[in-house]
Design a protein around this ligand. Structure first.
Ligand code: MN
Length: 218
């Protein structure tokens, strides 16, 4: 799990695990400043605003809050679902990317075998994931997850939905909200997806896969 997943109130915006310009030219520095320092921070701030009024929820971790979100009181439920979901997903997104990622353009070891078993050739997997992300209507996310039995799935998430980290281990996620790519790519989401594969952190994905196929994600 990422740092944000284990946080409790007051939530904080984790630093990026690399400099803002480190993913150039694939993901530009201006987008990273807006996306991390402004958009992500706003979700964190609004999550804290909501929980400031609910002291009995302040001991719960982000994942505990999200897991039980439908049972939360009316006054905080929507704010926690929206802003907590976005906090979780953005933190996972930053930790899905690396300037040293994509180096070999393909994963190795057990994850590579699992991808072949589930999707056929690596290129077939990549095309299916990209196609899901390109065709996703409106705002949302697409993630690669593994269940406790080692089975991989591509999951399509609407708006702030999270890849159910109490049920699956997410290996990586991509943000297809327009704010993730509009500064550099405007409406050309397929170009953003093509660039994404140059910076996927396969090393972290492999580590999460090794952990996740033998245990629940949390
Ligand atoms: Mn975003």
């Amino acid at each position: 799990m990422t740092e944000a997943a284990r946080q409790t109130y007051p939530f904080t915006l984790p630093d990026l695990p690399y400099p803002h310009g480190a993913l150039e030219p694939h993901i530009d520095e201006a987008t990273m400043h807006l996306h991390h320092d402004k958009h992500h921070k706003t979700y964190v701030d609004k999550l804290n605003e909501a929980l400031a009024k609910a002291p009995d929820l302040q001991k719960l971790t982000l994942v505990e809050l999200l897991r039980g979100v439908d049972k939360l009181p009316d006054a905080v439920r929507t704010a926690v679902k929206n802003n907590g979901g976005q906090h979780f997903n953005h933190d996972l997104f930053w930790n899905s990317l690396s300037p040293a990622g994509g180096a070999a353009r393909e994963p190795h070891g057990e994850l590579a075998k699992a991808i072949s078993a589930e999707f056929g050739a690596f290129a077939s997997f990549r095309d299916k994931f990209s196609d899901t992300a390109v065709k996703h209507f409106a705002s949302g996310w697409v993630a690669l997850v593994v269940d406790g039995g080692g089975k991989l799935q591509i999951v399509e998430l609407h708006d702030q939905q999270v890849p159910r980290p109490w049920e699956y281990t997410p290996l990586f996620i991509v943000d297809v909200w327009e704010h993730a790519y509009y500064v550099k790519y405007q409406n050309r989401r397929p170009e953003f997806l093509a660039a994404f594969w140059n910076v996927v952190d396969w090393h972290k994905a492999e580590q999460r896969f090794t952990h996740g196929r033998t245990a629940a994600g949390v």
